[in-house]
Design a protein around this ligand. Structure first.
Ligand SMILES: Nc1ncnc2c1ncn2[C@@H]1O[C@H](COP(=O)(O)OS(=O)(=O)O)[C@@H](OP(=O)(O)O)[C@H]1O
Length: 843
C-alpha cells in the first residue's frame, strides 16, 4: 500500500450515484414485461455451440464476439470467410445453435456453394443468424441488400435509444426505458417494407435533438430510426437479427445475449440469477489518514440496508487483520470501535494477523498468524462463522501453497475462498473456479476499486469514470456475463469519498433499471455450493506451471522450483515396451527419472486418476532438484497416460513444452500381451475366461469381462488417441517409436530419441546394450560376461494367440490401422513395418 494521502482531495460531500431511469414516453399505460423463456423442443437437436464467421482472425469485432461467448461459457468455433464451412451436423444433431457474422456483407457475398449449405442448415435445424452491419465507406449512403427487401443507410449519427417493447426476444434486457444521450460513432439504420421485418430498437437522428418544434409543427415529433432489426423469417424461413452498430454500445451486449437465447430456442440461454458478494478486505489495515471513521461506518450500515432491499440477506463481508486494530488517529480509532460495536450487522472473515502473504511463510508461521487473528476475533466476539477466507494478494491460493490450505482447514475450518488468479488474471472473463482438498475456490471479479482508490479523483476520469464503470462499463458487463460475482474492495474505499458505496448502490440501481437480472445474496458456503452446482465441470482443477506467469511466480514460494518438473514423458500405451525404454533411458548419465512410487512403482501416474488432485507439490516431490538445470533431463514414464482422455489437456497445461514419447506395436499383439499380463497377475477374469471369450464379451457378459475386453482393445485404437494428443501438442513435440524396432534394434531407437530430445552428451548405447540369447531381448551390459535384463514380468513366455482371435483382431483394427497410417503420413512420420505389414495383409 504505497498510496499518498492527501486529505485535501476529499470531496466535501460524499457523492451519491445518480441513475435516472426515464420511461419510454411511447409505452402504453400499465406496460409490464415478463422476461421470455425461449426454450422450445427444437433446442434438443442443437449443440451448445455457436459458429462465428469472421473476415480474418485478427478483427476486433470478431474477437469481441468470441470473448463474449467465452464469458458466457458458450463454446464457439471461429471460421474465416473464404474457407469451407466446418461440418455443421453430427449425426442427427446440428452442431451450432446460432451462426454469427461479424460483418453481414460477408454472408451476402458468400460463394453460392457455402451460402446454400448454410441456409439449408439454418432452415433444417431452425437455426438463426446474428450479424453486424459494417459500412464499407465513411460517407452517408444507401444500399439495397441483395436478395432482401431491405435498405441500409450508413454512417448516421444517432441520439437516444430504446427497445421495441413488442419484440419477443427480450429476456435479460428490460424494455420500456429510454436511454438518453448521443450514441458514439456512426450507425447503420434499416428501411424496410415487408412484414418479415420487426424493429428491435429505435433511435433518432442526432440533428433532431435540437430541433425547434415551433419551426415546423407538423414535424415536431422526431422521426424514429431503426438501428437493429429482426427478420422473422417469413421470406425464406431463416430468422436473422441485424445490428446497425457494434458491441461498443453497452445495450448491444444485452441485446446480443438475448438474441443468442432467442435464435437458439433457449439452447444458448443463460440464467438471469446474479449472485453478488462484496468483500471488504484490509479491515483495520488501512493507513492513518484514510481509514473509516464513525460516520463512514454508519454510512456502510445504511448502504447495506438499501442493498438488502434489492438483495435480501446482503451483508458486507469484512476481512480483518487484528494486529492493526486501533492504529489510526483518534477519529479513526473510534471508527474501528464502531465497526466492532456493529459487528453483528456484518459478515466477517479472518485471515492473517499481520496481513502477511502466506506463500512467504512456512506452515508453522502461517498457522501462528491465523491463530493470533482467531484469538483477536474471540477476544472481541467477532462472529467468524462463514467458513470463508481470502489471502492477501491471492498469495497461496493459486498457485496452490499447500501450507495455506492446511492452516485454513485446521485453524479456521475454511470451506470456500476466492481468487482472481485462476487460471489467470486476464482475460477477466476467463476466470474460473476449482476445488482443492475440499476447499471451493471461486473466481473473483474486479470492480475497479483498489486499495489506492481512496478519493473520487483517484479513479480514472474521476466521478465520470466511476459512473461509467457501472453505467454500461466494465462493472456492468461483468455482472451481465457472470452469474457469480465476488467483488474485492478495501477498507479505504469505504472511508473518505466512500467510492465503494457509490459504486455498488449505482450498480444495483442501473441493473434494476435496464435488466431483468435477479440480484441474489447468499452466505459464502452456499455461494460455493451453488457455483459448482451450476458449473460442475469446473470442480476439477487444471494446474499450470507457476513459472510460466510473472504474477504466479511472484506469489509462489521461493523454496519451490519449477525445475522439478519433467522435460519429457513416456506416455505408453501399456505393454508396448515402455519399461525397456524407461530402463534404457535411465542408463543415460544426463537423464534422470522420477523416484519410485510406493503404490505404482516406477510410474507416478499423476495426470490420470486421483493423484492429480494431490497437486503439483506432490508431483514435484517425485523429482530431484536437478544439479544442472540445462544439462539434466528429468522424465517420467506412466504407460497409462496414452489413452486416458483427460491426460493430454492436463499435460499441456502443466508442461506445455514437454516432449511426448509413445511406442506403438501391432495392437493385436498388445491386446494379447495385456491379457497375459492380467493372467500373470492372477486376475480372476483373465484366469477364468479364454482370450477369445474376453474379446467376444457383449452386454450379456459380466461387467468385469467387458472391462477386460475394453482394456485389451481400447488402447490399440492408436490414431484416435494420437489425434487427441495432437489437439493439445504440436506434432513437433511428439515422438513415435516403432515398438518392434525398440525390441529388435534398441541401439538405433535410442540414437534417434537422443537426437529428437537434443540430449547432451550423446550416450553410445552400442557399448551398453546387447542381445541376451537366454532372455531373447536386448539387455544392459554389466561386464563382459553378465547382462542385466528386465524381470520375468517383461518378455513373458506364453502360447501363441489362437487363430479365431487373431482373425477377429485383424478385422477389428483394420479401420484404426488405416487411420493411423494416414495420420502418420500426414505428419510426415515414418510408418512402422508392422503397420505396413498389417495393411498389406488387409489388402
Ligand atoms: N528389452 C526388452 N526386455 C523385455 N521386454 C521387452 C523388451 N523390449 C520390448 N519388450 C516388450 O515389452 C513388453 C512389456 O511392455 P511394457 O513394459 O510396456 O509393459 S507394462 O505396460 O509396463 O506392463 C513385453 O511384453 P510381453 O512379451 O508380453 O511380456 C515385451 O515384449
Amino acid at each position: 500500500m504505497s498510496f499518498k494521502i492527501s486529505s485535501s482531495k476529499r470531496t466535501l460531500v460524499s457523492p451519491q450515484p445518480q441513475v435516472s431511469c426515464p420511461p419510454d414516453p411511447d409505452i402504453p399505460p400499465n406496460f409490464t414485461y415478463q422476461p421470455r423463456d425461449h426454450r422450445t423442443k427444437e433446442r434438443n437437436h442443437l449443440g451448445r455451440r455457436a459458429l462465428i464467421i469472421v473476415e480474418n482472425q485478427y478483427t476486433k469485432t470478431g474477437k469481441g464476439i468470441h470473448n463474449v461467448l467465452d464469458a458466457l461459457r458458450i463454446d464457439s468455433k471461429v471460421e474465416t470467410i473464404g474457407n469451407n464451412l466446418p461440418m455443421l451436423t453430427h449425426g442427427e444433431k446440428g452442431k451450432f445453435a446460432v451462426i454469427i457474422f461479424e460483418n453481414y456483407s460477408t454472408y451476402l457475398t458468400m460463394d453460392s456453394w457455402n451460402r446454400q449449405l448454410l441456409d439449408k442448415y439454418c432452415k433444417n435445424y431452425n437455426v438463426g443468424i446474428i450479424a453486424f452491419i459494417q459500412p464499407k465507406r465513411d460517407d452517408v449512403f444507401l444500399e439495397n441488400l441483395n436478395d432482401f427487401p431491405l435498405t441500409v443507410e450508413y454512417n448516421i449519427p444517432l441520439v437516444n435509444y430504446k427497445l421495441n417493447i413488442y419484440s419477443t426476444i427480450w429476456r435479460m434486457s428490460k424494455p420500456g426505458r429510454l436511454y438518453e444521450g448521443e450514441l458514439a460513432g456512426n450507425w447503420a439504420v434499416f428501411h424496410f417494407n415487408h412484414a418479415t421485418y420487426q424493429p428491435l430498437s429505435y433511435s433518432y437522428l442526432k440533428s433532431s435533438l435540437n430541433q425547434d418544434p415551433s419551426a415546423n409543427p407538423a414535424d415536431s415529433k422526431p422521426k424514429r430510426l431503426v438501428p437493429a432489426i429482426h427478420d422473422t423469417g417469413q421470406l425464406d424461413g431463416i430468422q436473422r437479427i441485424l445490428f446497425g452498430g457494434g458491441l461498443e454500445f453497452w445495450m448491444h451486449h444485452m441485446m446480443f445475449v438475448d438474441s443468442l437465447s432467442y435464435l437458439s430456442h433457449g439452447k444458448l440461454s443463460i440464467t438471469l440469477d446474479r449472485y453478488i458478494q462484496v468483500d471488504i478486505d484490509d479491515i483495520f489495515v488501512g493507513k492513518e489518514g484514510v481509514r473509516v471513521k464513525v460516520e463512514d461506518v454508519m454510512a456502510m450500515l445504511s448502504s447495506q440496508k438499501y442493498l438488502q432491499t434489492v438483495m435480501e440477506g446482503f451483508h458486507f463481508n469484512l476481512g480483518f487483520s487484528g494486529r492493526f486494530y486501533l492504529h489510526g488517529n483518534a477519529e479513526e480509532d473510534a471508527g474501528d470501535k464502531k465497526l466492532l460495536e456493529y459487528r453483528h450487522h456484518f459478515w466477517w472473515f479472518g485471515h492473517m494477523f499481520k496481513h502477511e502473504q502466506a506463500h512467504s511463510l512456512d506452515v508453522r508461521n502461517v498457522e501462528l498468524s491465523m491463530t493470533l487473528n482467531k484469538q483477536f476475533a474471540q477476544d472481541n466476539a467477532i462472529p467468524v462463522d462463514q467458513h470463508y477466507a481470502v489471502a492477501p494478494h491471492h498469495s497461496g491460493v493459486y498457485p496452490v501453497h499447500e501450507e495455506l490450505y492446511d492452516a485454513w482447514r485446521k485453524i479456521w475450518d475454511i470451506k470456500v475462498t476466492s481468487t482472481e488468479e485462476y487460471p489467470f488474471l486476464y482475460p477477466f472473463w476467463g476466470r474460473r473456479g476449482f476445488v482443492h482438498r475440499g476447499i471451493m475456490v471461486l473466481p473473483r471479479q474486479t470492480c475497479g476499486l483498489f486499495t489506492h482508490t481512496v478519493f473520487v479523483t483517484d479513479y480514472k476520469d474521476g466521478l465520470q469514470g466511476l459512473e461509467e464503470n457501472f453505467k454500461g462499463g466494465e462493472l456492468f458487463l461483468t455482472v451481465l456475463y457472470s452469474p457469480f460475482n465476488i467483488f474485492m474492495t478495501h477498507m479505504n474505499n469505504y472511508g473518505n469519498d466512500r467510492v465503494a458505496l457509490f459504486t455498488f448502490e449505482g450498480m444495483v440501481k442501473f441493473l434494476q433499471c435496464w435488466t431483468n437480472l435477479r440480484l441474489i445474496s447468499v452466505p459464502p458456503v452456499q455461494l460455493g455450493i451453488n457455483y459448482f452446482n451450476m458449473f460442475p465441470e469446473e470442480k476439477d482443477p487444471l494446474w499450470q506451471n507457476p513459472c510460466d506467469y510473472k504474477r504466479h511466480i511472484a506469489i509462489w514460494s521461493a523454496n519451490k522450483s519449477c525445475e522439478r518438473l519433467p522435460r519429457f514423458l513416456v506416455v505408453g500405451p501399456q505393454k508396448t515396451g515402455t519399461t525397456a525404454l524407461y530402463t534404457f533411458l535411465s542408463m543415460h548419465p544426463a537423464v534422470v527419472s522420477n523416484y519410485d512410487s510406493a503404490t505404482t512403482f516406477e510410474e507416478v501416474q499423476f495426470f490420470n486418476g486421483n493423484n492429480y488432485y494431490k497437486g503439483i507439490d506432490w508431483y514435484m516431490e517425485f523429482f530431484p532438484v536437478p544439479q544442472n538445470s540445462t544439462g539434466t533431463y528429468l522424465f517420467e514414464k506412466s504407460a497409462t497416460y496414452f489413452d486416458h482422455e483427460i491426460v493430454p489437456q492436463r499435460v499441456s497445461s502443466l508442461l506445455p513444452r514437454a516432449k511426448i514419447i509413445c511406442i506403438l506395436i501391432d495392437p493385436a499383439k498388445r491386446a494379447y500381451s495385456w491379457y497375459q499380463h492380467q493372467r500373470a497377475h492372477k486376475d480372476p477374469v483373465a484366469l477364468n475366461y479364454s482370450f477369445n471369450a474376453v474379446l467376444m464379451a457383449d452386454e450379456r457378459m459380466p461387467r468385469q469381462v467387458r472391462d477386460l475386453r475394453n482394456r485389451c482393445l481400447d488402447p490399440g485404437m492408436y490414431a484416435q488417441h494420437l489425434m487427441h494428443w495432437l489437439d493439445y501438442f504440436p506434432a513437433r513435440q511428439l515422438f513415435i517409436i516403432d515398438g518392434e524396432q525398440l525390441r529388435n534394434n534398441p541401439i538405433h531407437v535410442m540414437h534417434k530419441l537422443q537426437q529428437f530430445i537434443h540430449i547432451q552428451p550423446y550416450f553410445d548405447y552400442s557399448q551398453h546394450l546387447r542381445f541376451d540369447p537366454q532372455k531373447g531381448f536386448f539387455c544392459q551390459v554389466m561386464n563382459d560376461n553378465r547382462n542385466k535384463c528386465l524381470g520375468r514380468g517383461k518378455g513373458r513366455m506364453y502360447d501363441a494367440m489362437d487363430e479365431t482371435s487373431a482373425t477377429f483382431l485383424r478385422h477389428f483394427y483394420r479401420k484404426h490401422n488405416a487411420n493411423l497410417s494416414k495420420l502418420l503420413n500426414k505428419l510426415n512420420f515414418p510408418v512402422p513395418s508392422w503397420l505396413q505389414d498389417a495393411l498389406a495383409d488387409d489388402n
